[in-house]
Ligand binder design. Structure first.
Ligand code: ATP
Ligand code: MG
Length: 385
């Protein structure tokens, strides 16, 4: 009896002609997530099989799989030569120690196998009841768990209990490339995760206001980017010195326009970097109305300085729901560490809520926009995470 993990894809089967491409991407992403483990990998129809791994590493392997976008479900399975006796033995092994109600579901791809599926389910169920009569009862309508027997055409049967839900989404790399604006806050890591889960391969940019914000604030962003990167097959983070730009804005523009102006610089620099790296979109963690600077007018003002699409996956999310995801992806505790972020340093008391684009453009003429951007870009630091 061999231990195995069965992996099922999510929406890939919908992709018709592109299927081969998606499958190959997912396969490569799984292999790179499992780098460092010993195992064998087999591609079957609509699923992958991980076998011959050190059993003590099962949880570690599952932990990696849990972060691979495009996996719909996976199961721990026992693989046996197809025979009724073997299936019963495997079923007993899997049910040992379990309590509650169950049912058996059999799928017989091998039509030469006898008896037929219903009969297999009935017999295996009966044997389980006999073996564990104190602990198990059958419930066909609402079982606590289902024991699956998947009788394959190749003479092997997979016996497994539950389908552990995978991340879902699409394989990273299947939906283009994006540049994530990542702050030290709660929202942008979640935004990055969501785009990665939809298949977008991300780079990240962070604007750093040294010495107003210190090394610890930067380390926090590095840590967040690393965590988002786990869903993205790794991620490169570009840290851009932002202080000179902030000081110039502070000196030349009205205080209440500070954030509006900063956002426009952030967007422009992000786009230049994106073009250089082959990214096709900008991603931010903005959510409509969450703070004074996240109005439709503010978004219009920052969109107007770039040609690339600006994706805001959280635009219609409540904070509560964003926090929920940030806990699930384990960025929340890092996000709430109390370090200054570049935007709080120069934060105006009364930021303009509905910036008027004409006025903004007029005010910006006081700044040497290109020079400020070039100077910042020349001093970028790159982190490969
Ligand atoms: P977050 O929780 O992501 O910090 P927020 O609710 O604090 O978001 P803002 O501070 O208004 O919102 O920032 C809006 C978006 O602008 C962020 O989600 C992020 O994408 C981007 N952003 C803000 N500050 C920075 C920064 N220092 N470096 C890179 N991007 C930033
Ligand atoms: Mg923030």
């Amino acid at each position: 009896m061999e231990k195995a993990i069965i992996i099922r894809y999510s929406e890939i089967h919908l992709k018709g002609k592109n299927r081969g491409y998606f499958e190959k991407l997912l396969k490569n992403n799984i292999k790179s997530a499992l780098r460092g483990f010993d195992y064998t990998f087999t591609a079957l129809h609509s699923r992958y099989l991980i076998e011959n791994f050190d059993e003590r590493e099962t949880e570690a392997i599952e932990g990696k799989l849990a972060k691979v976008a495009g996996i719909h479900t996976y199961s721990r399975a026992l693989v046996v030569e197809s025979s009724l006796d073997n299936i019963v033995e495997a079923a007993k092994e899997l049910c040992r120690g379990k309590k509650g109600t169950f049912k058996v579901a059999t799928n017989r791809a091998d039509k030469h196998f006898s008896p037929p599926s219903m009969e297999v389910s009935r017999i295996v169920g009966g044997k389980l009841l006999q073996a564990f009569y104190n602990d198990l009862k059958v419930s066909v309508s609402e079982p606590d768990f289902t024991l699956f027997a998947d009788i394959r055409e190749d003479g092997k049967t997979f016996v497994y209990i539950e389908n552990i839900r995978g991340l879902g989404g699409m394989p990273v790399g299947s939906a283009g490339r994006g540049m994530l604006l990542i702050s030290g806050g709660i929202d942008s890591p979640v935004a990055g995760y969501m785009m990665a889960k939809r298949g977008m391969k991300l780079d990240a940019v962070h604007y750093h206001s040294f010495p107003y914000t210190g090394e610890a604030a930067k380390e926090k962003v590095v840590e967040l980017a690393k965590r988002v990167g786990e869903y993205n097959g790794g991620m490169n983070l570009y840290v851009v010195p932002f202080t000179a730009i902030q000081e110039a804005i502070h000196e030349k523009c009205h205080e209440e326009y500070m954030i509006t102006m900063m956002r426009r610089f952030m967007m422009r620099i992000a786009e230049r970097l994106a073009v250089r790296l082959g990214d096709q979109a900008i991603v931010t963690g903005e959510s409509l109305g969450q703070v004074a600077s996240q109005t439709i007018e503010s978004m219009t003002s920052s969109n107007s300085v770039v040609k690339m699409p600006v994706l805001r996956p959280l635009v219609a999310f409540d904070k509560e729901d964003i926090i929920k995801i940030s806990r699930e992806i384990d960025t929340f505790h890092t996000s709430i560490l109390p370090y200054e972020d570049c935007c709080t340093v120069f934060l105006p008391k009364f930021p303009v809520i509905r910036p008027n684009l004409k006025k903004v453009e007029e005010m910006e003429k006081a700044l040497d926009v290109d020079k400020l951007i070039e100077d910042a870009i020349a001093r970028i630091e790159k982190y490969e995470l």
